[in-house]
Design a protein around this ligand. Structure first.
Ligand code: SF4
Length: 315
């Protein structure tokens, strides 16, 4: 770390300015302060990686974490937004914790929801909508459904909000962590139960946003339509016409199913701490291995274990 700090201020060859490098090197203090062990990202991550990081040296490649830094900046901007008019209020960046029984005893599951819109209270029941902001480099015209991993993640948030959000709101002063923000348009009456009636995932790139929500199909502008002329050159129709892309709704799982998924994820994470987990495969490997900080040692050990490490070697 000392060498990194010296290099950072002395014409860093990676080409990143010190302010960005500082953010890349800083551990996520909020997670440490809140003693987060089991969360949507930890149970959905690579358990082999966590174990290798404990026992081997590793380094962060700035190119591979840049998109995370950009995503953090997006979240930092959004958390200052007040409550939309017509709502009771909004809660931003609330880290909630709820107990869950596993075969290794009771554990604490934690998750930080980007936005909880407080819609209305009827007979003590609070109806809310959850939103997860996702920063993305590019959104393909053809993207018609949310990423499977993100769908599971927002269902984990739904499970948490249904279990404990009422307690947080009824006891905000004593229970809410300092990072959480609440903006109210009207005072809240006591809450007996919380119902998550909608959940959305909003992908945001530099050029556009695409929202997937649980309560309806959405339709957006896709590719520009056109045709080839007699010389074989493509040109757009005038006036411009666009393909229509149908966006599939997010499936909201029932609480029992989600609880089972969370329980199994925690148990796998615990087992991964005691024995080196197998390498990721397929979609998970494609998503996580190229930017993994322990990829090299993972491949070396994996080959010695007899695994085919092709999916870890390709970038
Ligand atoms: S390279 Fe892939 S399988 Fe290996 S530790 Fe990293 S994320 Fe896990």
């Amino acid at each position: 770390m000392e060498e990194h700090k010296r290099c950072m201020l002395d014409k860093a060859p990676c080409g990143y300015p010190p302010t960005l490098l500082e953010q890349m090197g800083r551990p996520k203090m909020e997670r440490e302060e809140q003693k987060v062990i089991y969360s949507p990202s930890s149970i959905g991550g690579c358990h082999r990686k966590h174990s290798l990081q404990k026992d081997h040296d590793w380094y962060v490649n700035p190119d591979s974490v840049y998109s995370t830094v950009r995503g953090n900046l997006l979240h930092a901007g959004m958390e200052k937004e007040g409550a939309p008019e017509g709502t009771l209020g909004v809660v931003r960046e609330l880290r909630m914790h709820a107990p869950i029984t596993t075969k290794y005893g009771e554990q604490r599951f934690s998750g930080q929801v980007d936005e909880i819109l407080l819609r209305r209270i009827e007979g003590g029941v609070l109806y809310v909508a959850l939103t997860d902001w996702k920063s993305k480099s590019l959104i393909a015209h053809s993207m018609g459904e949310a990423d499977r991993r993100h769908v599971y993640q927002i269902n984990h948030y739904k499970w948490l909000a249904t279990q404990v959000l009422g307690d947080y709101l009824n006891n905000w002063e004593t229970m809410a962590p300092a990072d959480a923000k609440i903006y109210l348009n009207a005072p809240l009456s006591p809450i007996s139960r919380v119902v998550v009636e909608e959940a959305s995932i909003v992908y945001m790139s530099m050029a556009k946003q695409r929202t997937f929500t649980s309560d309806r199909f959405l339709y957006v502008k896709g590719k520009l339509k056109g045709e080839k002329d007699s010389g074989g050159h493509w040109h757009a129709y005038k006036p411009h016409e666009y393909e229509e892309v149908e966006l599939s709704p997010i499936i909201l799982f029932n609480q029992g199913y989600t609880e089972g998924v969370i329980r199994a994820g925690i148990e796998e994470q615990i087992e991964g701490e005691n024995a080196l987990a197998a390498p990721l495969v397929d979609e998970d490997a494609k998503l996580m291995c190229p930017t993994c900080a322990v990829r090299e040692i993972c491949v070396t050990i994996g080959e010695a274990q007899g695994f085919d490490m092709y999916q870890q070697r390709v970038r």
